[in-house]
Design a protein around this ligand. Structure first.
Ligand code: IFM
Length: 455
């Protein structure tokens, strides 16, 4: 496969997120986010680490921009840390925070890399969590206010905007299983967080449209191909439930302006949504977007069964579907234990396309964690990651050949970084980071992509 197999305007970029790379968590007026608090709690992060230093990108952004430009990427998707802009989630924007992102966007533009900014990649100001976090409707209003400040201050240098990254994770890992910050397990009420996040998306979209008429605005969902393990009615129902909670609960309100009734019923939340998710909310949530971002990593194969979904011994990330088992198909998996299934990328693209046939789609994340070994000569021969990316680029090409409106692909991630509850124990980067010295070394996968982009 060659670069020329993809259309001219097809965007190939790379992605990161603020808390995973920036470090400098107590500098330049930044307040605490829920991830600062969560990571400091004993026993919740696999290696006991925090993102306090991470890749020290806050001090090395010039070097990192040069790196991605040298590799040939056309676009860079990063996220803006809300508590850098508003330390406690309210009030006037912090000039030092704005300045950091302005310099980042300007240096990207100088090097011919288009900045794509995500407004929320999980670092909610702790002060807002203390007032109810995403379980409170007010957080959506605060998010709109923050987004308006960012649009005002940075909308001259950033045109491509993503409101939310993976609201499924924020809702169900954050408030149901508790594997992510803020680490709560409120059962089905976690779906209220999903609604408030989506409302926040709608309000932020409105703010961006009002302040920056030329902005291109979308949102990013993590979608999964979902298959039943067998053809029994019970397995089919298990697949319906997991598809419902992972995919349709987000796709349908954004693209069609309705919540899926069967999913609300599974959750036992029909009445709450009837009272709280007003027609006006759904009108905002489903207001036209310029593109949908899809993060695709893997497929779920599920069966009816007695083992709880999610990690053993913990609350479920799939409330209302506790009697669903995630089944291994025996196919190869990454270091995260996620099945490698490139065809599933086509499935999720088709899923979104069926609901909004005209809407441009972007893969806003795809990549893989594997254990890397630094060779004696300093090189990193990450053959598995290279093959993972190659096979998913091929799936993207198939989508384009099938006339699906896929317009771009962002590799997750530019460099190794702090992988949430896994800390530094999982590496997704195409560039290796030595956390002792902060030295960046492109891996074989990075060289492969650079070659691909040049050819
Ligand atoms: O590292 C994360 C990222 O922050 C969101 N999407 C999935 C990635 C890998 O787990």
């Amino acid at each position: 496969m060659r670069r020329s197999d993809l259309p001219d305007g097809f965007v190939i970029g790379t992605a990161t997120a603020s808390y995973q790379i920036e470090g400098a968590t107590r500098e330049a007026g930044r307040g605490d986010s829920i991830w600062d608090t969560f990571a400091r709690s004993p026993g919740v992060i696999a290696d006991g680490s925090t993102g306090d230093v991470a890749d020290d990108h806050f001090h090395r952004s010039e070097e990192d921009v040069a790196l991605m430009a040298d590799l040939g990427f056309q676009a860079y998707r990063f996220s803006i840390a809300w508590p850098r802009i508003q330390a406690d989630g309210t009030g006037a924007p912090n000039p030092a925070g704005i300045d950091f992102y302005r310099r980042l966007a300007e240096s990207l533009l100088e090097r011919g890399v288009t900045p794509w900014a995500t407004l929320y990649h999980w670092d909610l100001p702790q002060a807002l969590e203390d007032r109810g976090g995403w379980l409170s409707r007010d957080t959506a209003l605060r998010f709109a206010d923050y987004s308006a400040h960012v649009a005002e201050q940075l909308g001259d240098v950033i045109t491509d905007w993503i409101t939310l990254n993976e609201p499924w994770c924020s809702s169900f890992l954050g408030y149901a299983s508790g594997h992510h910050a803020p680490g709560l397990s409120v059962g089905s009420a976690s779906a209220h967080a999903a609604h408030h996040l989506l409302l926040g998306h709608g309000l932020a979209l409105e703010a961006l449209r009002g302040l920056r008429p030329n902005a291109r605005v979308g949102t990013t969902l993590n979608l999964y191909a979902v298959e039943p393990a067998g053809d029994s009615e019970a397995d089919l129902d298990a697949a319906r439930r997991i598809d419902g909670l992972s995919n349709r609960l987000f796709l349908e309100p954004v693209l069609r302006g309705v919540y899926p009734a069967d999913v609300l019923d599974d959750l036992g939340e029909t009445d709450w949504f009837a009272e709280n998710a007003t027609d006006d909310d759904l009108r905002r949530i489903s207001a036209p977007i310029d593109f949908l971002g899809i993060n695709y990593y893997s497929r779920h194969t599920v069966a009816a069964g007695s083992a709880p979904a999610g990690a053993a011994g913990s609350a479920s990330a799939y409330p209302g579907s506790e009697h669903v088992r995630f089944v291994s198909t025996g196919a190869p998996v990454t270091r995260m234990g996620w099945e490698i299934h490139p065809d599933g990328m086509l499935d999720v693209i088709r899923m979104a396309h069926a609901l909004a046939p005209e809407l441009p789609l972007f893969i806003t994340e795809n990549g893989a964690a594997f254990d890397d070994h630094v060779e004696a000569d300093g090189g990193i021969d990450d053959a598995e990651r290279t093959e993972y990316l190659r096979s998913h680029f091929a799936a993207a090409r198939e989508a384009v050949d099938a006339n699906l409106p896929l317009r771009g692909f962002f590799v997750w991630s530019l460099m190794d970084n702090w992988e949430w509850a896994w800390g530094y124990s999982r590496r997704f980067g195409i560039v290796h980071v030595d956390y002792e010295t902060q030295k960046r070394t492109p891996k074989r996968s990075a060289h492969w992509i650079a070659e691909f982009l040049r050819a």
